[in-house]
Design a binder for this molecule. Structure first.
Ligand SMILES: [Zn+2]
Length: 399
């Protein structure tokens, strides 16, 4: 990748050195009757030497110096700045773009374009306050709608990185209608705000923001889960269960995410039969290992280990999984212990060893966009930075 960028950069530099050098030299003086390539400047050959000596940085610098800034070449300079940024050398991009801005007589449109690039350079360098100042000033002064939209996108990205959720929401609000893809991130920013408010004991405000999050994105599992937790904190377990019941319709993949809250709500409400019924409903919608294990445990506690083995075995035959098998082996081992066996069956121990080894180190969650995997659930993927794309891993090797 780096090589490809470098190659592109060098090819551009060669083209610039050759094409423009030749053109300007031709303009300045008439072609002499004899001699070697009069159109190519001295810097071009110096740059070429560096290239041949495999000194690409020196080659590029020389080519840039050979190139005057004027209305014909300003786009080339902007493009070179972009290439430097893409190579991870945003400081060089800053100096190219600042050098351009210092030139008099740039058109307003060109000036705005360079400022936008400079803001991108500062973002790449992590100098967010300077980037933000540039973007805000562009937003105030530019009338170009396409550029304003790009500025808003960048500003939103920057405010999100700075965790300035309220400011990000204010910028995104007028865009939501034309940009439906912004609904999901905005709903998560509202959840972030609500989380801060819960920590500051402003529960009414948190509830308001969570409801707004659901208005923006009715499939926002996170908002529903947080509303259910708020209900539970107030002792309203029935309302919490009602909230949690929406989650399989919002996103069935998040059934394992909501399961602990569901178990807590029914247990605190002292309603284990209710939990069992609810789990059977979930088993039909989402026969995931965590649902099977939760049901198996209820049967285990009420009807004993042998009944749990029989039922769990039947559920797992329809939805086999490594985690389920591991749980089943645990049940068999306990059954043996209860039957009075002083030493467990070595075959069972061997099986347990294998399932344990296969499960160790497995990630429980994965981003559906970029494949990033982690043990804990993060609502924003640390790798691709998308919201709500990390979900529990289900299936044979899942959960
Ligand atoms: Zn991702």
């Amino acid at each position: 990748m780096q090589d490809a960028v470098l190659l592109g950069l060098l090819m551009a530099a060669i083209a610039i050195g050759f094409g423009l050098g030749a053109r300007f030299a031709y303009r300045r003086q008439p072609r002499p009757p004899t001699g070697r390539s009069p159109g190519l400047s001295r810097e071009y050959f110096v740059g070429l030497n560096y290239l041949l000596n495999e000194q690409p940085d020196e080659a590029i610098n020389t080519f840039i110096h050979a190139l005057d800034v004027n209305s014909d070449t300003v786009d080339t300079h902007i493009a070179l700045g972009k290439l430097f940024r893409a190579r991870g050398e945003a400081d060089k991009a800053v100096s190219i773009h600042q050098n351009l801005l210092a030139r008099p007589a740039l058109s307003t449109a060109t000036n705005d374009t360079i400022q936008l690039e400079l803001a991108r350079d500062f973002m790449a360098l992590g100098v967010h306050d300077r980037a933000q100042r540039l973007l805000r000033s562009l937003l105030e002064n530019s009338a170009d709608e396409a550029l304003r939209l790009e500025v808003k996108r960048l500003l939103i990205d920057l405010l999100e990185r700075e965790k300035e959720w309220q400011d990000a929401l204010e910028v995104v609000q007028p865009l939501i209608k034309q940009q439906p893809a912004m609904r999901r991130p905005a709903s998560h920013w509202l959840c972030e705000l609500a989380q801060q408010e819960i920590e500051q004991s402003s529960r009414a405000l948190a509830r308001k923001h969570l409801k707004q999050a659901l208005q923006l994105d009715e499939r926002c599992v996170r908002a529903t889960l947080m509303l259910a937790e708020l209900e539970m904190d107030n002792g309203h377990y029935g309302k919490a269960i009602e909230q949690l019941s929406h989650i399989p319709q919002q996103d069935v993949a998040h059934v394992p995410t909501m399961l602990p809250a569901l178990q807590r709500a029914y247990t605190r409400n002292d309603n284990l039969p209710g939990l069992e019924n609810h789990l059977y409903t979930l088993l039909n919608q989402a026969p995931y290992t965590s649902v099977i294990v939760a049901l198996g445990e209820l049967v285990h506690q009420r009807d004993g280990v042998d009944n749990a083995i029989e039922r769990t075995g039947a559920w797992l035959s329809d939805a086999p999984s490594l985690g389920g098998l591991d749980y089943l082996v645990d049940l068999y081992l306990e059954s043996e212990r209860l039957a009075g066996k002083t030493t467990p069956d070595t075959r069972l121990l061997l099986l347990k060893h294998h399932t344990g080894a296969l499960l160790t180190g497995r990630s429980r969650h994965r981003c559906r966009r970029c494949g990033f995997s982690s043990d804990n659930l993060a609502w924003q993927c640390p790798s691709c930075r998308r919201w709500g794309t990390i979900k529990p891993i289900t299936g044979v090797e899942g959960e």
